[in-house]
Design a protein around this ligand. Structure first.
Ligand code: FES
Length: 159
């Protein structure tokens, strides 16, 4: 049976605004609820906000905070900003791509990990920086990255 996006969104957004200027907060609310913006729900979201689907897609494409792809259970973010880059963050990202078998921006086939990169996390002095499930890890290395992934995989096997 097809999902009833209209009913689901009406319920989720019952207290939210419904004008074009409410687009960003509404998208944040939807992403927080679904962990991504479900592509199938875009027509309903656009209608509710009184914007065209192409306008909505433009907003979604512009802001990296929004994603149309479901995220994995664990999100790993590697900073590739200048301060982290000069301390080797590119090698960390490459190590993670190898260990996880995905490119940055993708989710592993088992749905366990999403690998992301950003251009600065605002804590350049402690780079290279990685954020794993919201926890910041300072002065990381390819080995740190590999160990963090292994720890999560081990924990998942036990649970
Ligand atoms: S460049 Fe990595 S935290 Fe700023």
């Amino acid at each position: 049976m097809e999902r009833d996006w209209k009913a689901e969104l009406d319920d989720l957004l019952k207290d939210a605004g419904s004008r074009p200027r409410d687009t960003i907060p509404v998208l944040h609310q939807i992403q927080e609820h679904f962990d991504h913006i479900p592509p199938a729900a875009l027509p309903f979201i656009a209608r509710r906000l009184r914007v065209s689907e192409s306008e909505l897609f433009g907003v979604l494409s512009f802001y990296r905070a929004f994603t149309l792809k479901p995220k994995g259970k664990h999100t790993i973010t590697v900073c590739l900003g200048t301060a982290c880059h000069v301390r080797g963050s590119e090698r960390i990202a490459e190590e993670l791509e190898t260990v996880l078998g995905v490119s940055a921006g993708d989710t592993t086939a088992d749905g366990l990990f999403t690998l992301e990169t950003v251009n600065c996390l605002g804590c350049c002095a402690i780079g290279p920086v990685m954020v794993v499930d919201g926890v910041t890890h300072a002065r990381t290395s390819p080995q740190t990255a590999r160990d963090l992934v292994e720890n999560i995989r081990t924990g998942e096997k036990k649970s």
